[in-house]
Design a protein around this ligand. Structure first.
Ligand code: RB5
Length: 142
């Protein structure tokens, strides 16, 4: 599995934690930055990660800003992207099972590293259920 990841300054520290966690667990990570704490604009990172996922260069994406909200708004502008801003384990599971989310957006100022790892683990191991949910996603796509 190949994961594209990006963050702004507010998500930088959590991104470093999640990159290390995924690499330790044998997950291939493409880290699009940011690579330090200096202030940057989250749409720039949302765009490159979303385009990597939509173009097939990555299976899934993870985007982290202060809340996860700006990243999700920006990433969802890219056709084919279903980005979900998540801050609890139940929503992480449902965003995959019912919404087939292909980008997980987290808030570095909302969730701590322990919860973020649980959310990410849950999100990565949950499959889309298809069926009636696929019909609904097709309506969104149209
Ligand atoms: C940066 O201060 C902050 O606005 C950004 O990280 C994000 O939370 C936007 O949604």
């Amino acid at each position: 599995m190949r994961i594209a990841i990006g963050a702004d300054h507010a998500g930088y520290t959590l991104k470093e934690t999640l990159v290390a966690y995924m690499r330790e667990h044998g997950i291939e990570v493409i880290d699009f930055g940011t690579h330090g704490p200096d202030s940057v604009d989250y749409p720039d990172y949302a765009r490159v990660v979303a385009e990597a996922v939509a173009g097939g260069g990555a299976d899934f994406g993870v985007l982290i800003c202060g809340t996860g909200i700006g990243m999700s708004i920006a990433a969802n502008k890219v056709p084919g992207i279903r980005a979900a801003a998540v801050s609890d384990v139940y929503s992480a599971r449902m965003s995959r099972a019912h919404n087939d989310a292909n980008i997980l957006c987290l808030g570095g100022r909302v969730v701590g590293p322990g919860l973020a790892i649980e959310i990410l683990e849950t999100w990565l191991r949950t499959s889309f259920e298809g069926g009636r949910h696929a019909r609904r996603l097709e309506k969104i796509r149209q």
